[in-house]
Ligand binder design. Structure first.
Ligand code: ADP
Length: 579
């Protein structure tokens, strides 16, 4: 092992170490932590790099390169890879979609498979759209069916039990098509029942529905078993019911199924009906995907006295990250043979970014500005094109993905990829804590705040860029940071220079329209989807939510999630005044 390489010890804060010790660092039989963060990255790097051997490469070389990008916190793979690489579990992907068939044995088979996935730290998405509606006849018994929502409760209970002993809480996404006869019950289900706390829910809408919702036209409800029209609803009424519930507590979200399927790289293998729990990864049933994120904050250099993006170095990291994620596919142990076959067949990977808000701070651009949106496009177009280049290079070395001849790329000389998709913008909930960066493409939640980790430990955190500027410009004091932690924002604080207030905006200073524009800018250059929450102030109206849904549709997003301040009981990150 090269000592020079191991000498790079990751810079990990105390809060982060707490997170790592709970779930990520290896423990001995008595539960004592036996690994440092550096050793964790080395465990991951050497386990993943072993895949290089099959392609005639020296795994040692790639182990050191992979270690370097992780230890410098320039790139991190999704949590299951960090937790499970080189362990008996060996399941490395964060995102799965499982089919839910319209039969008792099919449903319970999926409950079991979901439990296995949760145990390994993966999240599961399901479309419940194939289940027969409530009160339909059950042929074999003469009884009546209880419908999608009642079955979701079984998944919920199973998740609840597994999370007690598993690696993390367990997360599910339930999608129901808007033309399913039980759609209204689905829209209201999370309000009606506390038994769905382990689910995010999303209504899968068609383009036709969105057009009809604008003009108050009726649309058909269809029995999924035979396609028979069994009723109609007014599209505007259903849209308004969704909006009302989302305003109330954030659920349901909305996903645009036609848009998602336009980008389905393998339509011959089936239609995409669901995403993973946080919405960023549409997948076919039985498909899984590993995500990874580059930390943009690490790629800022001074050029002629001005901060700029070091694209040359970013490009190299992207190429290595793509190789890493492709290797991960071969090294991951999936809980089902069907999943292994599907994943190896399509080899989807999802490389994205985190630390975008930090990047904007470093470049002194306000998040809510045209220049920031233009930068988002520039950066993501670069990530996408470098990732594709890397995937093409891997295809030359190792071959295109197995299902290439059944994919939309089959007659395209310029798109002979190793991976059916290469980019996804993940939330990076934990990864950004490890990297010490802002999460995903989100604006900062607060410039200084109390971070609650794993339900009970709290830390006062000040954004490092803000702290540096405050110190350099002479307005830093602990008292001021505590004052900021009460609201999270410096809006209206005249003791802080106006130029600083303009750049250091936080989620609530950014209007919903800018949130959507930013999401759309990233989506334009992302194969899969974009995880983004449109934050709304507590006094936002249902009309505001409706505007967000329609503008997300108009701007080409694949879905959208909103969150109105204070509308859910448990916020992971809370401004200190609200804890
Ligand atoms: P991380 O930062 O831990 O790698 P993200 O916040 O980026 O994870 O989430 C990425 C995906 O990982 C989610 O969409 C989901 O599929 C899965 N995931 C996240 N949190 C959980 C959880 N608690 N349990 C199961 N899966 C999860």
């Amino acid at each position: 092992m090269t000592e020079a390489v191991l000498a790079i010890e990751p810079e990990i804060s105390e809060a982060t170490l707490t997170v790592l010790k709970r779930r990520y660092l290896q423990k001995d039989k008595r539960g004592r932590v036996v690994e440092t963060p550096g050793q964790m990255f080395m465990r991951v790097a050497s386990y993943i790099a072993a895949a290089e051997k099959a392609h005639g490469n020296d795994p040692g070389v790639y182990r050191d390169l992979f270690y370097g990008i992780m230890a410098r916190l320039e790139f991190l793979p999704n949590s299951p890879t960090l937790m499970n690489a080189g362990t008996d579990l060996g399941q490395l992907a964060a995102c799965f979609v499982l089919p839910v068939e319209d039969s008792i044995s099919g449903i319970f088979e999926t409950v079991k498979n979901a439990a296995l996935i949760h145990k390994s730290g993966g999240g599961t998405g399901f479309s419940f759209s194939r289940l027969r509606p409530k009160d339909s006849r059950v042929g074999s018994t003469g009884g009546v069916a209880s419908g999608p929502v009642s079955f979701m409760k079984i998944f919920n209970v199973a998740t609840e039990q597994v999370k007690q002993g598993g690696t993390r809480r367990g997360a599910n996404m339930a999608v129901l098509r808007v033309d399913h006869p039980d759609i209204m019950e689905f829209i209201l289900c999370k309000q009606a029942s506390a038994d769905l706390n382990n689910f995010n829910i999303s209504v899968g809408v068609t383009d036709e529905f969105m057009v009809k919702a604008r003009t108050g036209l009726p649309y058909n409800l269809v029995d999924p078993r035979d396609g028979r029209v069994v009723g109609t609803l007014n599209a505007t009424d259903v849209f308004e019911a969704m909006v009302k519930q989302a305003w109330h507590n954030g659920d349901p979200g909305i996903i645009f199924l036609d848009r998602i399927n336009q980008d389905n790289p393998t339509p011959l293998l089936g239609e995409i009906e669901s995403t993973n729990p946080c919405g960023e990864q549409p997948l076919l049933p039985m498909e899984a995907c590993n995500l990874g994120s580059v930390n943009l904050a690490k790629f800022v250099v001074e050029k002629k006295g001005k901060p700029t993006i070091d694209y040359a170095s970013l490009g190299k990291t992207i190429a290595l990250a793509v190789r890493f994620l492709d290797d991960t596919i071969d090294r991951s142990i999936y809980p089902l043979d069907e999943i292994t076959a599907m994943v190896r067949g399509n080899r989807k990977i999802g490389l994205g970014v985190m630390g975008f808000a930090d990047l904007l701070f470093a470049l002194e651009l306000p998040y809510n500005s045209d220049r920031a949106v233009a930068l988002a496009e520039e950066v993501m177009a670069f990530v996408q094109s470098e990732a594709r280049k890397a995937s093409r290079a891997l295809a030359q070395e190792r071959g295109v993905f197995e299902n290439f001849d059944k994919s939309v790329f089959r007659n395209d000389k310029d798109r002979r990829f190793r991976n059916a998709t290469v980019t996804t913008i993940a939330p990076t909930g934990t990864l950004s804590i490890i990297a010490g960066s802002s999460s995903g493409i989100e604006p900062l939640f607060a410039l200084s705040f109390i971070r609650t980790i794993m339900d009970n430990e709290t830390f006062l955190e000040v954004n490092p860029h803000f702290m540096a500027v405050a110190q350099a410009q002479g307005f830093y004091s602990e008292a001021l940071m505590e004052k900021i932690a009460k609201t999270g924002t410096i809006k209206g604080m005249t003791e802080i220079p106006e130029s600083v207030r303009k750049v250091f905006v936080t989620a609530h200073d950014v209007s919903p329209a800018w949130h959507v524009k930013m999401q759309a800018a990233f989506q334009k250059h992302t194969d899969n989807a974009v995880s983004k929450t449109v934050n709304l102030p507590r006094d936002a109206t249902e009309h505001d939510v409706a505007e967000i849904y329609t503008s997300a549709f108009d701007f080409g997003c694949k879905g959208v999630t909103i969150y109105r301040d204070g509308s859910k009981a448990n916020q992971v990150l809370s401004i200190s005044g609200a804890t």
